[in-house]
Design a protein around this ligand. Structure first.
Ligand code: FAD
Length: 581
């Protein structure tokens, strides 16, 4: 808003405050160093709910009268304010949805209805992150995700500061800190467990308490609550921390959050340990210096790993800084400003009478597109980006799927595991230009070849066991008094070849998990067939054949168990890596 205030007058109409005065009135407060003003409505404390609402509507009108006849842009951060201004003839209505407020503790039961009404009236909608965008995208035709930006210079100053505020200077290092509102979104029990398990670490909380009783906060000699601090002083506090924490609970209130503090902590040069919040995993899951943990033991491990990284300096920060360079508030302001300008009606000097606009305007009517692209896969998305950014064209991209990326789309699921929804994709190119272009939009995860030594050993051992099994099968036929047919032995050889082929193909391309799945498929195939053979031998009274086939079957089952265990550990390792990377 400070950036917007360079182009327009900005007034924040805040929550009302009760007063013992007989009449309602407005208070104006300046935000230091900016032209932005906070307007605080004061409402008589003896007024009923109905009087209060009417009084607030009157105060909004009073403010608008002071501002002059030009219709204002109404910018809502909460639908709860919509009733105060729904009668205003606005140049544009913006809904900047930062959270799924209806999921918050003590949320008003009216919130959902008011949000529906606001969405209907809004000309443009912004969401504070991708999860929130996905939850709302079908509710509006002009909606855009804006994950948190960061004031990099402000927070980077923490890397150079050596003097920590006196109240924090007393606290023994290492310090693991959290900064933000302390409310139901935090998993306080998890933080308490961390404090119990590592009494030699200090845990510092900075921020106000909300909707939570002070006596419900975890207490321990190594937990310190320093209260709310001024934005300007945050780098000084961060400069004395070793690790930054985001111990968010995983509940309805946190399902859609996209915490601003992630890039702020990183800008301050701090490794971050978070619970696996979808938007954090999605945006930072591939980044060295960001760790995820969902329970106390893994939180301790993740903090231990994070403490190994040198805060404020170290090579790990190079990649962090590259990423942060793409998250500037200037860029967000530029993009938002353009979208708002697109929906603002030409200035109307004489205000229309209240409620002149009976039906919500259609933002489609005023927006024109130079191109419509159907399909947001690689082809459509790249074409759209080039047309928009290179040639300044207005492009509408449609897709029947609720995401871009086409078949190559992937996403992090709730457990922080990267899922390729339409089949696994690996990207190959020899072209630097293509690689550089795509690097503007994605981080890379170098693919891992099938290199699990234990798996290779298990598979090789089993290949030699299988050769013995062929000899046993020949004995089976002998014991029955028949000669083995070449065809049957060929089938077994075929299986060996198949496994061998999978191994060779796997070198260099497939993940361990893929190879394990192939091996297990062969094993299951064999177990089913040997099982049937053994039962036939039993039914027909061929004891020797039954014994030999049981031996083969036992070997197969043991191998299958070995492969299953390897699969579990290998996949777990892969998923830990993907969360921790
Ligand atoms: C299982 C699998 C594995 C693959 N592995 C690899 C790999 O490892 N490496 C690699 O480089 N390539 C791989 N590919 C190929 C790769 O997915 C494609 O080359 C690439 O996705 C093509 O991009 P595209 O934009 O042309 O089409 P798509 O990705 O298919 O995108 C087309 C989009 O158009 C949308 N669409 C279609 N019709 C309509 C309509 N009527 N209205 C609205 N929207 C519509 C679809 O929903 C889709 O989102 C793989 C493909 C598959 C299926």
């Amino acid at each position: 808003m400070e950036r917007f205030s360079r182009e327009r007058k900005i007034y924040f109409f805040e929550e009302f405050i009760l007063t013992d005065h007989h009449f309602p009135y407005l208070e104006f407060h300046s935000f230091a160093g900016t032209a932005v003003k906070a307007v605080r409505p004061r409402i008589p404390d003896r007024w009923s709910e109905a009087q209060r609402q009417a009084g607030l509507v009157g105060l909004v009108d009073e403010l608008l009268e002071l501002l002059g006849p030009k219709p204002p842009i109404l910018w809502f951060y909460t639908p709860m304010m919509f009733p105060l201004a729904r009668h205003v003839d606005a140049a544009a209505v913006v809904y900047d949805c930062m959270d799924e407020l209806a999921n918050f503790r003590f949320a008003s039961p009216m919130l959902a209805d008011l949000e529906r009404e606001l969405l209907h009236r809004a000309d443009v909608v912004f969401t504070g992150g991708h999860s929130l965008y996905e939850a709302k995208r079908l509710l509006h035709d002009n909606i855009y995700p804006f994950p948190s930006s960061v004031d990099v210079c402000h927070f980077q100053s923490a890397r150079k500061l050596c003097v920590t505020p006196p109240e924090q200077a007393q606290i023994p290092r290492p310090i693991l800190g959290f900064c933000g509102v302390i409310d139901e979104r935090l998993d306080l029990e998890l933080t308490a467990a961390l404090a119990r398990q590592r009494p030699e670490w200090s845990i510092v909380f900075i921020g106000p308490e909300a909707k939570i009783r002070t006596e419900d906060l975890p207490r321990a000699p190594n937990i310190h609550y320093l209260g709310q601090k001024d934005y300007l002083s945050l780098p000084a506090y961060f400069s004395g921390w070793d690790v930054a924490l985001m111990p968010f609970a995983r509940n309805d209130a946190t399902r859609f959050i996209s915490p601003t503090k992630t890039p702020e902590y990183l800008a301050a040069g701090l490794p971050v340990v978070s619970t696996p919040i979808t938007d954090v995993v999605r945006q930072y899951g591939d980044m060295r210096g960001v760790y995820f943990a969902s329970d106390a033991p893994s939180l301790v491990c993740a903090c231990e790993e994070a403490l190994q990284l040198e805060p404020k300096r170290g090579e790990w920060l190079n990649a962090v800084d590259e990423r942060l360079a793409t998250l500037s508030w200037d860029d967000t302001h530029r993009r938002m400003s353009r979208l708002v300008e697109d929906v603002v009606e030409p200035a109307v000097r004489v205000p229309l009478p209240p409620v002149a606009r009976k039906t919500p305007r259609s933002s489609w009517r005023r927006r024109r597109f130079d191109y419509v692209i159907v399909g947001a896969g690689f082809a459509g998305a790249v074409l759209a980006e080039r047309l928009a950014n290179e040639s300044g064209q207005r492009v509408l991209v449609c897709d029947r799927r609720p995401h871009i990326g086409g078949n190559a789309y992937d996403f992090y699921n709730e457990s922080g595991i990267l899922v390729h929804k339409y089949g696994p994709h690996i990207f190959h190119t020899n072209s630097e230009a293509i690689f550089d272009y795509l690097s503007r939009f994605t981080a890379w995860r170098p693919y891992e070849a099938a290199n699990n030594a234990e798996l290779k050993k298990a598979a090789e051992e089993h290949l030699s066991e299988t050769k013995d099994q062929i000899k046993k099968l020949e004995q089976v036929f002998k014991s029955i008094g028949k000669t083995a047919s070449g065809e049957k032995c060929d089938a077994i050889e075929g299986l060996i070849k198949e496994a061998d082929g999978v191994m060779k193909e796997a070198e260099g391309t497939a993940l361990d998990a893929g190879l394990l799945a192939a091996c297990q498929a062969v094993e299951h195939y064999e177990i089913v067939r040997y099982g049937a053979l053994r039962e036939w031998a039993k039914d027909l009274g061929h004891d020797e054949a039954h014994k030999l086939l049981s031996e083969i079957l036992d070997q197969e089952k043991a191998t299958n168990n070995k492969l299953t265990n390897l699969a579990v550990t290998s996949i777990n390792k892969t998923s830990t890596r993907s969360r921790a990377a």
